[in-house]
Design a protein around this ligand. Structure first.
Ligand code: URA
Length: 205
C-alpha cells in the first residue's frame, strides 16, 4: 500500500502546472515518472531564452545530450545549428526542448507511455514561455502538437494554429543526416519559418 502522504498523479500534475521556472527545473531533474529514469545519465531539461517567441521541440535526448545535459549537441545538433544560422537564428533567440527529457535506450522512439508521463514538464514550459511559433522537429513532436496521424513527408512546412500558437514541422535533423536529398525542401521550409517570424514575432529580430 502507498503511504497516505504520497500525492496522487492529478495532484502532482496540478502542482507542476503552477510551478515557476526554478521549481520546475528542480523537480524535473529529479523526475521518476517513467522507466527512462532508470537508464538516463541526466535529465535534459531544455535550453535557450525563457521568453522566446519561437520554440523548437525535438524527440528525445541521444547519447551526447544524455551525457552533456543539453538538447541537440550531437551530430544532429550541429546540423540544427547550421539550419538556424541560415535564417539568422541561434540558441540564444529561441528555446529548444524535447518530447521526452530522458534518453530512450539505443535512441529508440519514445513510447507513448513515456511521452505521456513526460508531457507535463513540456506543457508547463510552453505555458511559461508563451511562444508565438512552435516548430516540431520531426514526426514524433508533430504527432502531438499538430495531429496524431501527421505525415512528415507530406505535411512538413505547413502551418496550423494550435492553442493560439502557429505550429509547423521540419524534417528532424537526424533524418536530414540520413537522407540529404530532403535538404532542399527543408531550406524552403526554413525560409517559410523566417517569414513567419518576421511577420508575427516582435523581439526575435
Ligand atoms: N534528437 C532529438 O530529437 N533531440 C535531441 O536533443 C537530440 C537528438
Amino acid at each position: 500500500m502507498e503511504p497516505a502522504t504520497k500525492p496522487s498523479a492529478q495532484t502532482e500534475d496540478a502542482a507542476i502546472a503552477r510551478m515557476d521556472w526554478a521549481e520546475l527545473e528542480a523537480e524535473c531533474v529529479r523526475c521518476r515518472r517513467c522507466g527512462l529514469c532508470e537508464t538516463r545519465t541526466q535529465v535534459v531539461f531544455g535550453v535557450g531564452a525563457r521568453d522566446a517567441e519561437v520554440l523548437f521541440v525535438g524527440e528525445g535526448p541521444g547519447e551526447q545530450e544524455d551525457l552533456q545535459g543539453e538538447p541537440f549537441v550531437g551530430r544532429a545538433g550541429k546540423l540544427l545549428d547550421d539550419m538556424l544560422e541560415l535564417i539568422d537564428l541561434d540558441r540564444s533567440k529561441i528555446y529548444i526542448a524535447n518530447m521526452v527529457k530522458c534518453r530512450p535506450p539505443q535512441n529508440r522512439d519514445p513510447l507513448n507511455i513515456e511521452q505521456e508521463a513526460c508531457s507535463v514538464w513540456l506543457s508547463r514550459q510552453i505555458a511559461l514561455i508563451r511562444p508565438r511559433i512552435l516548430v516540431c522537429l520531426g514526426r514524433i513532436a508533430a504527432m502531438t502538437y499538430i495531429r496524431p496521424d501527421f505525415k512528415i513527408t507530406r505535411e512538413h512546412g505547413q502551418w496550423t494554429v494550435r492553442n493560439g500558437i502557429m505550429t509547423m514541422a521540419l524534417f528532424h535533423p537526424a533524418a536530414l543526416l540520413r537522407d540529404p536529398r530532403r535538404r532542399p525542401e527543408t531550406f524552403v521550409d526554413l525560409k517559410t519559418l523566417q517569414e513567419a517570424i518576421r511577420s508575427y514575432c516582435t523581439h526575435t529580430y
